[in-house]
Structure formats: structure tokens, C-alpha cells
Design a protein around this ligand. Structure first.
Ligand code: EPS
Length: 383
């Protein structure tokens, strides 16, 4: 188990979301505004629902940081749900039951399996925690990890590459710009972004929802994070698991991903060359920065595919668990498309796994020890 771990708590319409993060070394300067900047990015995005107009997500630190620096203690982050004010009756902690139960379960959602597994008669008991609202807490944790990684010279960025079948044209994207802007859909191809917005408008008019694909890029990671020695030390496996554990993600690719199943080895593997200074380099990065479960020094490139949100304003055929009859699924306020929000969550999950990998390799209770270890290692392997 990695030295860095975290837990989140909180329901979508409860009082707040909480995360406890343990394992960040002492001596890291933390800028809360950087974390809040990521929380704001998660909230934006064309196609998001009414909830984002209610919330202004801000992380509050209630333990683990003193005078702006970590002490090695568990760090507690809290994000208030402003919307809770409107849910005090339905989400009361000790009050009496509220009549309005959710029983027309939604296809594609945790509703049905959750009520059966946990023996509940109201799908609200399931959907409140299954909601992607929980990802705000993960983005706060990821923000903290991004600050830790930045101190180690590692940067994590993301961009949206497809929404509802509308894809970016790689030729129109300047990859160096990724992470610098604040486009509404976190997309760096302006032409595709306009077409994506149009597609979202159409889906909204039809009472439908849309999924898509986003890409997370890690820059500056030293080679040799992760290991080929055991299955559970392979960093590609950890990154894929973390990405797949984001609500609504149905597919993950690293580098050329599924294309590897189509092309011959001669068109997939990244050939190696020697620079004049004697450094090994590659002209391509189809491995996505990972070979043998280890970082190879190139950019890490991970893509994830998000399914369309299961709450449809033109609901799908389903069943009512209270009446045992076929009905149309329930409608709740929701988003038409949340792929850009998911891309920020993808950054956060990637940052958490990368921070774990750095701590596994370089250890250290104090930042100064970790950075010294890392510097001497980088000097050895990079020559
Ligand atoms: C979300 C908050 C939710 C939804 C969305 C994500 O707010 P509410 O349910 O109050 O409208 O906008 O949640 C879902 C898509 C889901 O399936 O639960 C958020 O903060 O990201």
C-alpha cells in the first residue's frame, strides 16, 4: 500500500463533502487558491445543469496545515454544499422520513443495484453518494497532490478530445498550450469546440445526454516510477484503475491504446535513438510514457471515455420498485454533458496516483529529503 491515501465522505445534497489525505510529507507550501482554481474549473463547462449555478466550490482546510505548510499530519479538506439549505428536510440527519421517495430507477445508474444490495426502499439513499458531486472532494485532494508534484517538477494537465462523436483534429492542437487556457469545454481545438457545443445544444433540445473522451497528460515525470516486478506495482494498471474509478467512465486507453490491436509492431513501438550527448530519445510516444509498467521518461498520456449521464429529461423505459410495474425512469435536475468536468477529475485522479508513485520511489517524511533523493536519482538515470 502506498504511503499516500485518502478517503472522501458526503452526500450530494448533504451539508458538505470531506476528504482526509494522509501521507503528504512535511514542508510542502500549499496555495489554497490553486486548489480552488481546480474546483472552479470542475464546475464550468457548456452543458452543465442548474446545480453549478448554486455552488461556488471552495476547499476549507481544517487540519494538517500550519502557516501555509504541511506538517506531515493528515490534512482535512471540506467543501460546503450550498444547495443543502434547500434539502434540510429531505436530507435531515435525525429528522423523520420524508414521503417523496425515488422509486422509478434510472437505467445506467447505481439506483437499482444499490437499493437491492443495501436493502433500501428509496433510491435517494444510493444516488446521493453515487452522484458525481463526490468528485469535488477528489479534485481538492488532486489539487493538493498537484502542488506536491509541482514541487517535484511534475505537471498534470488535461483536455477534451471528443464529445458526442465530435472529435478534435490533432493537427489543429498545439500540445504545449494544453493546460494553459480556460476554454469552456477544456478543448484546445476551437473549431471542434464550437461543433461540440452545437451537439450539446441538440442533445439538450432532445432531452438527451452526451458522453465523450478526455486525455490527461503528465509532464516531467522521471523514468522508473512504478515497477515491472509485481502486477500491483505496475503504474499503468494503477492509472487505469484510478481513471476507471471516476463516475461514468467506461473505457481507458494509454498511449496508442486500442490502436495497438490493429497495427503491426513496426508501427506501434517507439524506436530509440542516441543524441549527440549520448542520451536515448524517441521520436514518437505511442507507448504513452509507460513501458513494462514503468514510466519511461516520456509524457504520460492516458485517455478515458465517459458514458452519457443516465438522468434523461426524456426518460428511458424502466421499472418502479415500489409498485412493481413498468414506468419511465425518474427525472432529476442533471447535466446534459459533463465531459469537461470529468477531465478535471481525471487530472486529479492521475495526480493522486502520480504522487503515490513518487512517494513510493523516493519516500521521505520531509520534502527536503524526498527532493534530495529525487535529484540524485534523476542525475544518475539521466546522466
Ligand atoms: C454534480 C452535482 C449534481 C449533478 C451532477 C454532478 O447536482 P444535482 O444532482 O444537485 O443537480 O449536477 O451529478 C450527476 C450527474 C449524477 O449523476 O449524480 C457535481 O457537483 O458535479
Amino acid at each position: 500500500m502506498s504511503g499516500l491515501r485518502f478517503l472522501t465522505a458526503g452526500e450530494s445534497h448533504g451539508q458538505c463533502l470531506t476528504a482526509i489525505v494522509e501521507g503528504i510529507p512535511a514542508g510542502l507550501s500549499v496555495d489554497i487558491e490553486a486548489i480552488n482554481g481546480d474546483l472552479a474549473r470542475r464546475q464550468q463547462g457548456y452543458g452543465r445543469g442548474g446545480r453549478m449555478k448554486i455552488e461556488t466550490d471552495k476547499a476549507e482546510v481544517t487540519s494538517g496545515i500550519r502557516f501555509g505548510e504541511t506538517m506531515g499530519d493528515p490534512i482535512t479538506l471540506r467543501i460546503v454544499n450550498k444547495d443543502w439549505q434547500n434539502w434540510t428536510d429531505r436530507m435531515s440527519v435525525f429528522g423523520s422520513e420524508y414521503g417523496d421517495k425515488v422509486t422509478a430507477v434510472r437505467p445506467g445508474h447505481a439506483d437499482l443495484t444499490g437499493v437491492l444490495k443495501y436493502n433500501r426502499d428509496d433510491a435517494r439513499d444510493i444516488l446521493e453518494r453515487a452522484s458525481a458531486r463526490e468528485t469535488a472532494a477528489r479534485v481538492a485532494v488532486g489539487g493538493l497532490c498537484k502542488e506536491f508534484l509541482a514541487a517535484c517538477g511534475i505537471q498534470v494537465v488535461s483536455h477534451v478530445v471528443k464529445i458526442g462523436g465530435v472529435a478534435v483534429d490533432e493537427a489543429r492542437i498545439n500540445r504545449e498550450e494544453i493546460g494553459s487556457g480556460s476554454s469552456e469545454l477544456n478543448c484546445y481545438d476551437a473549431v471542434a469546440e464550437e461543433a461540440m457545443k452545437q451537439r450539446i445544444q441538440e442533445a439538450m433540445a432532445q432531452g438527451d445526454t452526451l458522453g465523450g473522451v478526455f486525455e490527461v497528460i503528465v509532464r516531467g515525470a522521471p523514468l522508473g516510477l512504478g515497477s515491472h516486478i509485481q502486477w500491483d506495482q505496475r503504474l499503468d494498471g494503477k492509472l487505469a484503475a484510478a481513471m476507471m474509478a471516476i463516475q461514468a467512465i467506461k473505457g481507458v486507453e494509454i498511449g496508442a491504446g486500442f490502436q495497438c490491436g490493429e497495427l503491426p509492431g513496426s508501427e506501434i513501438h517507439d524506436e530509440m535513438f542516441l543524441s549527440q550527448e549520448g542520451h536515448v530519445y524517441r521520436k514518437t510516444n505511442r507507448a504513452g510514457g509507460l513501458e513494462g509498467g514503468m514510466t519511461n521518461g516520456e509524457e504520460i498520456v492516458v485517455r478515458a471515455c465517459m458514458k452519457p449521464i443516465p438522468t434523461l429529461m426524456k426518460p428511458l423505459h424502466s421499472v418502479d420498485i415500489a409498485q412493481d410495474k413498468e414506468v419511465l425512469a425518474c427525472k432529476e435536475r442533471s447535466d446534459v454533458c459533463a465531459v469537461s468536468a470529468a477531465s478535471v477529475v481525471g487530472e486529479a485522479m492521475t495526480a493522486i496516483v502520480m504522487a503515490q508513485a513518487v512517494l513510493d520511489k523516493f519516500g521521505g517524511d520531509a520534502m527536503c529529503d524526498l527532493l534530495a533523493n529525487m535529484e540524485s536519482y534523476r542525475a544518475r538515470v539521466q546522466g
